[in-house]
Design a protein around this ligand. Structure first.
Ligand code: KIV
Length: 339
């Protein structure tokens, strides 16, 4: 769920009760510059992955009680770093519409754009599972269109999983997608694509009746074939019961610690957003570092301080060029010819 830019021209805006923001190579090559720049904690924290993860890897992690780490990702360069970090799952969320395109909500995120980003993320992180988000109106109007669009995420976007925001009324669509061989993620709980209809963002399952409805939605979607669930913004005890009842891994986004895995928006984690939800506080304050690097570049440009120049001519070519350049300089303009 996202969130729009929290800061207007007049400063930070008030956030609604639940609003995440305010306001998408199996082996690593030693010649890869990323390899050289990766920190030495790399090897200790995340041993190199030798085989690509599959949906079975997630089920195995669920059974063994190993938590699944997921972040949103929208480009190949970042995906490469996140794969190197050892992330199991990357979400090319419809939040790309906000984080990349600057729209005020996810309902504006274009389908083709998201498919293109998904392919970029998968190319950057080929051994990591990539989950693509189906954007607003790419699956709600018609089931057949939904199946085809989900298929595009797999064929053109190389996605491993396709996520739909859903309740039990989408079970027939999930069944059709599953029948077609599409690994579906059911996004339940708070559903940002409904934010216009609901007048904003809100947490889900806060009353007993709503919590039970959420559990029934989950059951219907899993029965229809969903192979993963993503539950957003619920009280912890609701997610706890969901996990108890779920035969498939449950990824939480602001749903508490019982979930088999957790996802947040990368820009929140990096401290690049104007506001972050309490469950996605920044791990680093990257904004000021970005500012410092940009300002350093500005100063260097203004001082003409470009460092050593990387492209050179051989002596013979330099001498020949100097003579030719001299002739061009001394020849009166418009005299034409090279002899
Ligand atoms: O689009 C997205 O980024 C999401 C997560 C925040 C769950 O759906």
């Amino acid at each position: 769920m996202r969130r729009g830019l929290a800061e207007g021209a007049g400063g930070p805006m008030l956030c609604p009760e639940y609003c995440m923001h305010s306001h998408t190579e199996t082996s690593f090559n030693a010649a890869d510059p990323l390899q050289a720049r990766a920190s030495n904690t790399d090897a200790a924290d995340s041993p190199q992955r030798t085989t690509p993860l599959t949906i079975r890897s997630l089920a195995k992690m669920m059974r063994s009680g190993q938590r699944i780490a997921c972040l949103t990702c929208y480009d190949a360069t970042t995906a490469r770093w996140l794969e190197r970090a050892g992330m199991e799952l990357l979400l090319v969320g419809d939040t790309a519409g906000e984080m990349v395109l600057g729209f005020p909500s996810t309902v504006h995120t274009p389908l083709d754009f998201l498919i293109t980003l998904t392919a970029g993320v998968k190319r950057g992180a080929p051994s990591t599972l990539v989950m693509a988000d189906m954007p607003f109106l790419s699956y709600q109007a018609d089931d057949a269109e939904g199946v085809r669009n989900a298929g595009r995420f797999m064929t053109e976007g190389m996605a491993d999983l396709v996520k739909v925001e859903a309740d039990r009324s989408f079970a027939p669509l999930v069944a059709r997608m599953s029948r077609a061989g599409i690994p579906v993620v059911a996004h339940i709980g708070s559903r940002p694509q409904l934010s216009k209809q609901q007048g904003g963002y809100s947490a889900a399952g806060k009353s007993c009746a709503d919590a039970l409805a959420l559990l029934d939605d989950a059951r219907a979607l899993v029965d229809a074939g969903a192979q993963l669930q993503l539950v957003e913004a619920t009280p912890a005890e609701v997610a706890e019961q969901l996990v108890r009842e779920s035969p498939v891994p449950v990824i939480g986004c602001g749903a508490g610690p019982a979930c088999h895995g957790q996802v947040i928006v990368l820009q929140d984690l990096l401290g690049l957003t104007a506001w972050q939800p309490a469950f996605a506080l920044p791990a680093i304050d990257f904004g000021p570092q970005l500012l410092a690097a940009a300002r350093g570049w500005m100063h260097r440009v203004r001082a003409n301080d470009l460092g050593p120049h990387p492209y050179t001519m051989s002596d013979a070519q330099r001498i020949a060029f100097a003579a030719a350049a001299e002739a061009r300089t001394t020849r009166p303009a418009g005299s034409g010819g090279t002899t």
